[in-house]
Each structure stands twice: as C-alpha cells, then as structure tokens.
Write a protein that binds this ligand. Structure first.
Ligand code: NAP
Length: 283
C-alpha cells in the first residue's frame, strides 16, 4: 500500500496518475485534508482517506496498512516543519518501509529562504530512523507559465533573478520521478531533480515573445520592488517576500542544476520550457 499525502493538490494528482500506470488503484491511498476534493480519485478506485497534517490521529488512520508514504510538502509555508513532524511521527508509528519527501533542490546548501523548513524536515526524517528518499525538486515550470495573462497584457516578465538560471521542470515530470522512486526496489536516499535545460528569465521572456508574436521583455527589479509588484498584483505579503527571495536565490544559482537525475529517473527527456510555454498559450 502506497500513501500519497496532499493528494488533492496539483502534484499529488500527477503522482497518482503516474502510479496508476503500474500500481493497482486499490493499492494506492490518497491522504487528503478534504475528501470532497478527491472524488475524481475515488472514482478511479483509489482509497481516499481524510488526513490533516495538524491532526496526528487522522494521520494514524490514513496510514493504516501503509508500506510506503510520499509526504508532499505542505502548502502552508511557516507551518510546515511542525506539520511535517506530525507526518513523520505517524509514519514511524505505522512502521513504513519507505518515507519519501518532496524537498527543494540542494536543500542543505540552498540560498533560498524557502529551503529552511525543508532542512528541518529532512533532519527530522533522518532522525526518525525510517528508510527515506528525498526528492529535492527544483522550480516548477508552471511557476513561470501559470501567470501568462499579465505578461501578455503588459509585455513584461518581472523578476529579481538577474541572469540566474532556472532548471525548472513540470509537475508531471517531478511526479513521474516520485512514482519511479515509490516503485523502485532500492531507491536512493537523495535525488537532486531538475529539468534537463536551464534558462534565464530573459530567455523565458524571449520564448514567450516568439510564440505569442508579442513584444515581451524581461524587466529585472530590485528584490523590494519585485516584492511590491507582486503585492500589487494581489499576492499576500509574506508569500510575495518568499517569491522575491527565491528569485534572489536563483540569481545565486540556487535553482540551476545540470545533473540530469530527473530525466535519468523517468527514462525520457524532461519537458522543455518552450513546450511548457506552448501548452500555457494554448489554454
Ligand atoms: N518546486 C516548486 O516550484 C514548488 C512550487 C509550489 C509549491 N511547492 C511545494 O510543493 C508542494 C506540492 O505542490 P502542489 O503544486 O501540488 O501544491 P498544491 O496544489 O497547493 O497542493 C498542496 C496540498 O497540500 C495540502 N495541504 C495543505 N495543508 C494541509 C494540511 N494541514 N493537511 C493536509 N494537507 C494539507 C493541500 O490540501 P487542500 O487541497 O485541502 O488545500 C493541497 O492539496 C506544495 O505544497 C509546496 O510545498 C513547490
């Protein structure tokens, strides 16, 4: 029995779609905060169980019979270390043979502020004594392409990453890697996962311009100005600060990786930035 936490989210859905290619639906448990958001998974025969990262008893119920667990990091930034500890404690009580965890690229040396909670969680997983795999994911390509409407409207990609390179990959590619690790006989302890190719935000803007036929440039801003622009666009203050800090981290090389471990794990090249732009423009 393989449990996926956060399964109602975007990555969770992709992981379950990948797992269903080789694992019977009845052997997959979708642990979700709100089962109503996982009705599509239940319809496929996946076991949907209610589990809140804040509620250890719900995690114990969800993990009954589990042999492997994928902990998809919580989306509640700032609460994550404590929430993840609850999951680790429940995984230990369940005595699973593998606890996999979606972390961040080179968590231990990352310049991104977002890495702090991942470092704490990785240490807690190591301390638990459970067999583990860290899936250290770089940036999602969707972080760039999900927000194309204002880019097309204003003719500008905004950021604070200077010439920093992003080795971004799609959620579907990271999910395929997670499924490969969850079904492997002998998974590694640490995977640094990233797209095969890297790009600067100037190159990204040029690709959006090429495919859309519109004049689009990359406008690099100081961190505080980029944060203010995000807040102006409706992003909550704290999250805007983290996103601006992440761009500064990317300028320092924190999201670039040339190891190609992701494509090796999934057995095919990763989706390119140009393909992701094409898919986003077609929506
Ligand atoms: N590498 C990157 O570029 C990148 C970008 C964004 C996020 N991330 C990280 O990767 C994770 C997965 O990405 P995603 O796109 O799948 O995010 P997502 O769609 O927001 O999914 C996150 C899931 O976490 C669940 N969750 C939040 N708090 C919970 C709690 N207290 N108990 C149980 N479940 C809880 C949410 O449940 P509900 O459905 O009930 O809200 C949601 O289903 C994110 O949570 C975040 O940690 C990485």
């Amino acid at each position: 029995m393989i449990v996926i936490t956060g399964a109602a989210g975007n990555l969770g859905h992709h992981v379950i779609a990948s797992l269903l290619q080789s694992v019977p639906a009845a052997n997959i448990i979708a642990a979700v905060r709100n089962p109503a958001k996982a009705a599509d998974l239940a319809a496929k025969g996946v076991q949907v169980r209610q589990a809140d990262y804040n509620d250890g008893a719900s995690l114990d119920s969800a993990f009954k019979g589990a042999t492997k667990i994928l902990l998809i990091s919580s989306s509640e930034v700032g609460q994550r270390a404590r929430q993840h500890q609850n999951v680790i404690d429940a995984a230990k009580r369940a005595g699973v043979a593998l606890l996999a965890y979606t972390s961040i690229l080179r968590a231990d040396t990352s310049p991104l502020g977002l890495a702090a909670e991942h470092v704490v969680t990785e240490a807690a997983i190591r301390d638990s004594g459970l067999p583990y795999s860290f899936l250290r994911n770089s940036w999602y390509l969707e972080n760039h392409t999900e927000n194309l409407a204002p880019v097309l409207e204003h003719g500008a990609v905004l950021g604070a990453a200077q010439d920093g390179r992003f080795s971004s990959a799609t959620r579907a590619d990271y999910a395929a890697a997670a499924a490969a690790v969850l079904t492997a006989d002998q998974p590694q302890a640490v995977y640094e996962l990233a797209g095969d190719q890297s790009f600067t935000l100037t190159q990204y803007a040029a690709e959006v311009a090429r495919q859309s036929g519109k004049a689009i440039v990359y406008k690099d801003l100081p961190e505080a100005e980029f944060k203010a622009a995000l807040v102006g666009a409706g992003v909550p203050e704290g999250f805007a600060a983290l996103l601006a800090d992440s761009d500064v981290g990317a300028a320092k090389g924190g999201l670039e990786d040339n190891g190609k471990q992701l494509s090796a794990l999934i057995g095919r090249p990763t989706t390119t930035m140009a393909e992701a732009v094409k898919a986003a423009l077609a929506k």
